[in-house]
Write a protein that binds this ligand. Structure first.
Ligand SMILES: [Zn+2]
Ligand SMILES: [Zn+2]
Length: 468
């Protein structure tokens, strides 16, 4: 049960504006009294009971729930006009006012749920919401001109105006027809009247009224709607799915009021069967946007949020790793491609310089080797010293280029692993190119160093011997 907010001073409570609906009080009273005849067993018959149950379905499910509520008030599905009028005729059997008044009252209820203009808020009190409101006309809505403002669509339809005006004679004539049919069937006119009309009318009244009273007071809520509506399985059984009233307040246009697997809604099932036969179309399903806010699903959303947080943590951790793998001076948050290109260019440039050094060293080595044959002298030795230095420098430079290319390549791989817009195939290719250039430079430098060493071997002795 919800903790009721402070009772609003509903307009209906202002004594000066109370206008009792004597006709309604009289009719509801008389039918209740007539229904008491059911306690006289001489009026009982199996056929009368079956008729009562059938008429309960016809007036309650086909009439009130499907026609008045889901079709005429909320337009949850569409159908042919003759079908609409037949459904409305069934609704007249419920003796719950004509279609225009019923729809107007219900639209006011949705517009101002549990607020002052709500015709039947349980915040006044439970009995008021259940039936009390019926006995007093709503200020500003007790004449046809006043209430039809809330159902202009129906007011424009002359057949709906007809049903609104003549629902009571329609109900009475049907009752008379039921009486004579019972008489013809086997002298059961009174039994059929008591069970097929009075009892089922009273039971249906209370079940319909329970939607206004019980499912705004007792039950659970799937949605945090801004009134007190609830879902109640007992009301849902006897009102053909209308008891999933909190779902309905959350998503008023949906033809389905039941949403969770146990929220059985047979009116919706019947609408779907009629859709199969092409009798109705445009059946409105629950809005996904609304369903996403369902409290039982929100629990899962908590889980989703937790997993999203975990994912972000992982991403942070990965960014951290990435950060340590890459040059810390490189900004992480911006797309790294310009920096990667720079790094690539730097590596390539280093490799090129290494190659130049190697070339120079090699040429010195070859000059030295040439001079070795002509009895090397001091000049040759100097030249070789220079070549040795250059070769060593080339090796160093190549090593540096290789290291830089390697680092860059690792960087590129890391970005590729990150895979989200950060790295591109070209970065990877550039890294590969830099690495292979550096490798070449390194190989060439090693070769140069070897040759220099060979040159030294050949030349050292004569130089030394000449020195000696
Ligand atoms: Zn409601
Ligand atoms: Zn509604």
């Amino acid at each position: 049960m919800s903790t009721a907010p402070q009772k609003p001073s509903l307009a209906i409570h202002r004594k000066a504006e109370r206008k009792l609906q004597w006709e309604t009080i009289f009719i509801i009273g008389v039918i209740h009294l007539l229904a008491l005849m059911a306690f006289d067993s001489s009026y009982f018959s199996v056929s009368g009971l079956v008729l009562g149950i059938v008429m309960y379905f016809v007036a309650g499910m086909v009439g009130v729930t499907m026609a008045y509520h889901r079709l005429l008030t909320h337009r949850s599905f569409q159908t042919y006009k003759p079908v609409e009028y037949f459904l409305t005729f069934c609704a007249c059997q419920a003796l719950q006012s004509g279609p225009i008044e019923w729809v107007a009252m219900h639209r006011i209820h949705h517009k101002e749920s549990d607020e002052e203009p709500d015709p039947h808020s349980p915040l006044v009190n439970f009995l008021w919401a259940h039936a009390g409101w019926l006995f007093v006309s709503l200020p500003d809505a007790h004449t046809y001109q006043e209430y039809s403002r809330f159902a202009k669509d129906l007011h424009r339809d002359k057949w709906q105006r007809f049903f609104d005006m003549f629902f009571f004679p329609i109900y009475v004539l049907t009752a008379v027809a039921i009486y004579f049919a019972g008489e013809v069937y086997g002298g059961l006119g009174m039994s059929w009247l008591v069970w097929g009309v009075f009892v089922r009318t009273v039971v249906l009244w209370h079940c319909t009224w329970a939607v206004n009273s019980v499912t705004h007071t007792f039950g659970y809520r799937n949605y945090n709607t801004d009134e007190e509506s609830t879902n109640n399985w007992l009301v849902a059984i006897f009102s053909f799915g209308e008891g999933w009233h909190n779902n309905h307040h959350a998503d008023q246009r949906s033809a389905a009021h039941g949403q969770r697997w146990f929220e059985v809604d047979i009116t919706y099932r019947l609408i779907k069967i009629m859709e199969l036969f092409g009798l109705v179309w445009g059946v409105r399903e629950p809005s996904q946007r609304v369903v996403a806010k369902r409290l039982d699903i929100m629990v899962d959303e908590e889980g989703l949020r937790a997993s999203e947080a975990r994912r972000l943590d992982t991403e942070d951790a990965r960014a951290e790793v990435l950060h340590t793998m890459t040059d810390p001076t490189m900004p992480l948050e911006v797309p790294e491609m310009p920096s990667l290109t720079e790094a690539s260019e730097a590596a390539v440039e280093s490799a090129r310089k290494a190659m130049e050094s190697v070339d120079a060293a090699l040429s010195h080595a070859s000059v030295a080797l040439k001079h070795k044959k002509d009895d090397a002298d001091q000049a040759v030795r100097q030249m070789l010293e220079k070549g040795k230095d250059m070769a060593m420098a080339a090796v160093e430079q190549a090593k540096y280029a290789a290291a830089e290319a390697g680092e860059f390549s690792a960087q590129a791989s890391a970005y590729l692993a990150d895979a989200k817009d950060r790295a591109t195939e070209s970065a990877h290719q550039a890294a590969e190119r830099a690495r292979s250039l550096a490798q070449e430079a390194s190989d060439a430098a090693s070769k140069a160093a070897d040759e220099i060493a060979v040159a030294f071997k050949g030349i050292e002795r004569p130089v030394i011997s000449s020195a000696v």
